[in-house]
Design a protein around this ligand. Structure first.
Ligand SMILES: [Zn+2]
Length: 313
């Protein structure tokens, strides 16, 4: 089964641990998602977001350093292929390689400069979340108390993304930001790592109306393994993750569900989902509930279909 994961913070860990090699023999003590575990888990496509840890200044230099780490530490590893186009997806699949997509989680470091975005596009950036949990120059995030939406500059950012062919990720947006984007987006958008708010009431999770809006726009939702988004009481279990899958299915989203683990971005894990090598546990649980074709859709085909359709050719 070809699995797609829309969010693992390997780049952030690389920034935090400058000496750590991603495929060192002890890499598993630093990283959740190591090359070996991605292979073990059957990952066909992994999204690698640039997220700057607090130790990094939010400026273009930091963003480019992170982008270079993606090239230097990830793309150089055997069996990985950069995905910039729908053609790349097909090639990676044919060659049995793990596709690696570059995303930006918060445009804060761009400091409002579109040339930075255009240069990142040339470096392979194809996905972008305008902000993280808080406000930046572009938009307010889901945890920002004032609950604002996009700034004028933030709206220009979205337009520039659409022009370039960068897909916008709504996962961390404030509710107001979400709806501003949903109402104006010329292209489908997606949520890389969010669950259903009516299952677990957390501002990082999507309301039923938001889930319906992503579905109506032809987008995808990466159900996430962040324990406190998956369950109201920890420890969270695979059954808890499945409740979000079931809820999105009930809203008509069976062809719009994917996974966005947030591995390497979390300090605690859903039980039996500690790293990508554990994906078979989740697939096994899904197969007990759903026919194989639906499980394959959720595990990867929905996301592959979305990217094949919306990435540049
Ligand atoms: Zn995140």
């Amino acid at each position: 089964m070809r699995i797609v994961d829309l969010h693992a913070d390997v780049i952030c860990k690389l920034l935090e641990h400058p000496g750590a090699g991603w495929d060192d023999s002890n890499a598993g003590t630093v990283f959740d998602a190591t090359p070996e575990r991605l292979r073990q888990g059957g990952i066909g496509l992994q999204v690698f977001p640039i997220f700057l840890p607090e130790t990094q200044r939010e400026e273009p230099e930091s963003v480019f350093w992170a982008a270079e780490l993606f090239w230097h530490e990830i793309l150089t590893k055997k069996g990985f292929k950069l995905i910039r186009s729908s053609g790349d997806l097909a090639t990676a699949h044919r060659e049995g390689k793990i596709g690696a997509m570059l995303s930006l989680e918060s445009a804060g470091g761009l400091q409002g400069q579109m040339w930075v975005l255009r240069l990142l596009y040339r470096l392979g950036l194809r996905l972008l979340g305008p902000t993280w949990n808080h406000a930046n120059w572009a938009c307010d995030g889901a945890m920002e108390p004032r609950g604002g939406g996009f700034t004028k500059a933030g709206k220009r950012l979205v337009t520039e993304c659409e022009t370039l062919g960068i897909l916008v990720d709504v996962s961390h947006l404030s509710d107001r930001g979400f709806w501003e984007l949903a109402e104006r987006a010329g292209r489908p958008f997606f949520a890389s790592h969010s669950n259903a708010r009516s299952v677990v009431n957390h501002p990082r999770n999507l309301t039923d109306d938001q889930i319906r809006a992503v579905i109506a726009a032809g987008g995808i939702i990466g159900v996430t393994f962040v324990p406190w988004f998956a369950a109201s009481v920890e420890p969270a279990s695979i059954e808890d993750v499945l409740r979000h899958v079931e809820h999105i299915c009930a809203l008509g989203g069976a062809r719009h569900i994917a996974f966005g683990s947030d591995f390497d971005g979390i300090s605690r894990h859903v039980e039996h989902l500690n790293h990508p090598g554990c994906y078979p546990n989740l697939i096994e649980a899904l197969l007990k509930r759903y026919p194989e074709s639906i499980v394959q859709d959720i595990a990867g085909d929905n996301a592959i279909r979305f990217f094949t359709k919306h990435l540049p050719n």
